[in-house]
Design a protein around this ligand. Structure first.
Ligand code: MFK
Length: 552
């Protein structure tokens, strides 16, 4: 009787030519030698123990117990075995800490993102609490609030699992996850302590020991400026919730291991992080770090899907040959690989810039580029992850649609990436704002973006006109939309931002291809760049705004 051999994973670092080639380019050889052991170990864990437990843990979900047997409100969260192991492995292997130890200066951010990239796909989005922990550490360190830094940061960046804390981010309320200036939670000063009253509708993992959240101190004006950023600890020294009720865990399409919650805050003690106002501006450092994590998670899930699909293509026979020898299957995989390689280059480039900004080794021009590329990268890679996951499932035929293969979760978990941490549309509007940050206006911001692109492709004869043509189309669209007014700018912002994302991905691939050809005698990155360009870079199109009115 026929038996199908299932796909398996090897060491996820050793097998990943994309990651290894990239690191060989950006890291000096002695740095790569120094940190490679940590990546080999994480690659081993991701392809063996963690992956085996992930498959075995598939049906388990976190639970909430609101009451004990004697009627006391306890709101106890029980995590699944995979997440308990993930927490230990994350802290011991420094998946957050590496970025703060800065053993390799600004490149420690790249090292940390490589660890997160290897770790994430085998842990069912344990990246969520880690992203928040990283974002909270960065926000607190930048706040100048020494008491909070001393209290919390050592826990957030430790490698000791017994001391390790994760952080939550509680922004979303019933009024919305995007327009957080509408936040209704009130902060009242009672006997010299601020206490929070309100409902949080969608929090990050509620298993965290601390959280950063927004609330409006009584008497403050409406909008984001009237909010303050608060720090709170979720439980007191006896482990009791600090006037926080967990109303329920969210019933979500994916990320089912993440205990995302609805909360009532009923007098929760909290402290200002930085100021009594400007909460949205003050939480922005957290948002930018979690958006970086979102992008790294996107490329890591794309890569996991392809690792399984490539392996399966050698094991699955149809119409007289393994799928890996079938021309159309090979063509499909090549397109997905090119898309993944492009997304990878952009996500890790944002990691490089983030690292340089953290060690203050960044020019004003590159700081603007980082501000622009963070939303552009998040929105572009989020969409690519969903597309690639959907196609990966299809490469398995019916098996990709069957739960106990462990494959459908790839698509469900990818689908969150364009939604949380700012939807595609919200981030497209943020891209317009980012281009105008500092002393820039839209045209100057775009000019800076253009020069970054052109520096990657300037001496690449085939690539230069492709990038130039897409950039010119984007610039022309921007000019026309600015003339037409704000509604036209907003209406086209998604196509514009996705085009910027794809242009930058293409340019970075071309840059990598040149290096890889010279140093590794490898043509793969050049082939990926050509195929990516053939899939379409310019999404601006020729859309007529009047058609929207006719259609809606
Ligand atoms: C793997 C990862 C796992 C993650 C798990 C997450 C689970 C949690 C689920 C969620 O809750 S997801 C929901 C997350 N929500 C968001 O990400 C918010 C999306 N909305 C936005 O990003 C809006 O653009 C924003 C709330 C920021 C708009 O609010 P406002 O009040 O209209 O703000 P405004 O006036 O535009 O900006 C206020 C200031 O912040 C400005 O500076 P100034 O005061 O100096 O002028 C902005 O320039 C600045 N700012 C805003 N965004 C910034 C920023 N600065 C730097 N970087 C940014 N990204």
């Amino acid at each position: 009787m026929f038996e199908q051999t299932p796909p398996t994973l090897g060491n996820q670092y050793s097998d990943d030519l994309l990651l290894r080639s990239y690191l060989a380019r950006v890291l000096p050889p002695d740095v790569l030698r120094d940190l490679e052991e940590s990546l080999v170990e994480m690659g081993r864990l991701a392809g063996s123990e963690l992956y085996e437990l992930q498959l075995a843990d598939r049906l388990n979900e976190p639970t909430l117990t609101q009451w004990d047997a004697w009627g006391n409100r306890i709101d106890k969260i029980e995590l699944t075995p995979l997440w308990r192991l993930a927490e230990r492995i994350a802290s011991e292997n420094g998946v957050v800490a590496t970025a703060y130890e800065q053993k390799h200066g600004s490149l420690s951010r790249v090292h940390q993102c490589a660890l997160a990239y290897l770790f994430t796909p085998s842990t069912d989005i344990y990246s969520c609490p880690l992203a928040m922990t990283d974002g909270a550490a960065r926000t607190l360190l930048g706040s100048g609030n020494q008491a909070l830094i001393d209290r919390a940061v050592p826990h957030l960046i430790t490698r000791d699992p017994k001391e390790f804390w994760t952080a939550g981010q509680w922004m979303t309320e019933l009024t919305g996850g995007s327009d957080v200036g509408l936040t209704e939670t009130i902060a009242k000063e009672e006997s010299g302590v601020f206490r929070l009253y309100g409902r949080k509708w969608f929090t990050s993992a509620i298993s965290s020991q601390m959280a950063l959240t927004l609330a409006r101190p009584e008497g403050n004006p409406p909008g984001g400026r009237g909010l303050a950023l608060f720090y709170l600890e979720t439980r007191d020294e006896l482990g009791r919730p600090q006037n926080i009720q967990i109303n329920r865990l969210k019933d979500k399409l994916g990320t089912r291991k993440v205990p995302t919650a609805e909360l009532t805050l009923d007098g929760t003690p909290a402290q200002f992080v930085k100021a009594a106002t400007d909460g949205v501006r003050n939480i922005a450092p957290l948002l930018n770090i979690t958006r970086l994590w979102n992008g790294i998670s996107a490329v890591s899930l794309m890569r996991r899907g392809l690792a399984l699909s490539f392996d399966y293509a050698h094991k699955r026979f149809a119409f007289g040959a393994p799928l890996s020898e079938k021309p159309l299957h090979r063509d499909t995989l090549a397109t997905l690989l090119a898309e993944t390689a492009a997304a990878f280059q952009l996500a890790f480039y944002v990691a490089e810039l983030t690292g340089r900004s953290e060690t203050r080794e960044i020019s004003d021009d590159d700081a603007l580029l980082l501000r622009v590329l963070t939303p552009v990268m998040k929105l572009t890679t989020g969409k690519q992850a969903v597309m690639v996951a959907s196609e990966v499932l299809e490469t398995f035929g019916g098996a990709g649609y069957v739960e106990d293969t462990g494959l459908p979760v790839l698509l469900r978990d990818s689908q969150v990436l364009p939604i949380w941490e700012g939807t595609t549309n919200v981030l497209a509007l943020d891209t317009l704002r980012a281009l105008q940050s500092g002393d820039n206006d839209l045209k100057r911001g775009l000019a800076r973006f253009e020069s970054a692109v052109m520096s990657c492709v300037e001496d690449a004869a085939g690539a230069n006109p492709i990038a130039r043509s897409a950039l010119d189309h984007a610039a022309n669209w921007l000019n026309e939309a600015m003339r037409a007014g704000q509604p036209a700018l907003e209406a086209g912002a998604r196509r514009f931002s996705l085009t910027l994302g794809r242009i930058m991905e293409f340019a970075l691939l071309v840059k990598h291809a040149k290096w890889s050809k010279e140093h590794e005698h490898d043509e793969r990155a050049a082939a990926a760049a050509r195929r990516f360009a053939a899939s379409g870079i310019d999404l601006i199109g020729e859309y007529d705004d009047q058609d929207v009115n006719a259609l809606l």
